[in-house]
Design a protein around this ligand. Structure first.
Ligand SMILES: [Zn+2]
Length: 363
């Protein structure tokens, strides 16, 4: 059974999840305005719940979802960060187990082994692209990892082939370098990294040309798929509208996407969507266990991932310690349980009931 997004209880679950994953634990002052802008574009409807509802509507059993991730900086982060690939593995797991989707993960060549290891830790079978093309998606949770080229034309050609060969219905970016309207990719600090990164903007363009759903998950505004909130990011970020490279256009991503999801740590946006899939499909195990969350961090660090804030191979992401990430997972599971509404006791007087008619309103 699938619950409707109009269900009052689900609306409250979506609201709580959005609030949880956007708490500004590091006090950067960025996530609040970005989130408010994204919610406004989305008509005030919870972002993670909207993403889950659109995915359920689009991705039928055996269809393919393409995920792209990884903030690679050769010389600095040769195997990328812990933020991005971990959320990708969590969302891949939820899409495969919840929707019977085949998962294709497109990353730069240096990031392929780290992402394959994370997918395996997340209980997926990592198989060849040939096997994935034949897979009906009925019996087992499967994923393949493919190379996202650094050249624009190669990305365009390969993306177009993927769309057809695998029947891709949705493309989701999780903490992936984005590009401005001049197709220049930047760090949030304003450096041009175009030569070093896969051409995610081209991938999104091809996806949209082929009618696939596109979703961007980010935490600063320079990540792929933040186009809906580009004006806010340009005004908010120190280098938002004035970078440190000759392009002069600024670091805010201006790539068009159907939905932009903002979270304090990009991984949390992916967790939030997975939790909303769990709530809509009534499959609580689509939320990763605390043990799995810890195992994913251990895998990422073992495979060379580092904390993007410190550059250290520590069990942390964006400067936030593992215990907090595990705490977020505990909170998501508790929100799913929605004890008063799902299992009302004689001592509770829930205002919101599952299947109820309380109108969903913005915050
Ligand atoms: Zn620039």
């Amino acid at each position: 059974m699938t619950l409707s997004i109009d269900d009052a209880f689900l609306g409250q679950v979506g609201e709580n999840i959005d609030r949880l994953i956007t708490i500004d634990v590091m006090s950067y002052g960025v996530i609040g305005p970005l989130f408010e802008a994204a919610r406004a574009v989305n008509g005030g409807t919870p972002l993670c719940l909207s993403a889950a509802a659109r995915l359920i509507g689009r991705v039928k059993r055996g269809a393919t979802v393409l995920l792209t991730t990884g903030f690679i900086l050769p010389g600095h982060y040769p195997y990328g960060e812990t933020d991005g690939p971990i959320g990708t593995a969590v969302l891949a797991r939820a899409l495969a187990l919840g929707l019977g989707a085949r998962v294709l993960v497109a990353v730069e060549s240096e990031l392929m082994s780290l992402n394959a290891a994370l997918l395996r830790t997340a209980e997926l079978q990592v198989i060849s692209t040939e096997a994935l093309a034949r897979e009906a998606g009925q019996l087992r949770a499967v994923a393949s990892v493919v190379e996202l080229p650094r050249e624009v034309q190669a990305t365009r050609n390969r993306s177009a082939t993927w769309m057809v060969e695998y029947g891709i219905e949705a493309v989701i970016a999780i903490e992936k370098p984005g590009a401005n309207s001049l197709a220049v990719y930047h760090t949030v600090g304003g450096a041009d990294i175009s030569a070093d990164v896969g051409k995610g903007q081209t991938l999104f363009e091809v996806a949209r040309e082929n009618g696939a759903l596109t979703i961007g998950i980010g935490d600063r505004g320079n990540e792929l798929g933040m186009g809906q909130i580009a004006a806010t990011a340009r005004a908010l970020l120190p280098r938002g509208s004035a970078c440190r490279c000759p392009c002069g256009r600024g670091v805010a991503d201006e790539t068009e996407a159907d939905l932009t999801v903002c979270a304090t740590v990009s991984n949390w946006g992916a967790y939030g969507i997975a939790a909303c899939l769990a709530a809509m499909l009534e499959q609580p195990d689509l939320i990763q266990s605390p043990e799995l969350e810890a195992a994913l961090f251990e895998t990422a660090v073992r495979e060379g991932g580092v904390d993007g804030m410190t550059g250290r191979g520590s069990l942390s992401a964006d400067g936030v310690a593992l215990g907090v990430h595990v705490g977020i997972v505990h909170m998501l599971a508790e929100i799913y349980r929605g004890q008063s509404a799902r299992n009302p006791s004689p001592f509770s007087t829930p205002l919101i009931r599952k299947g109820g008619s309380v109108p969903l309103t913005g915050r």
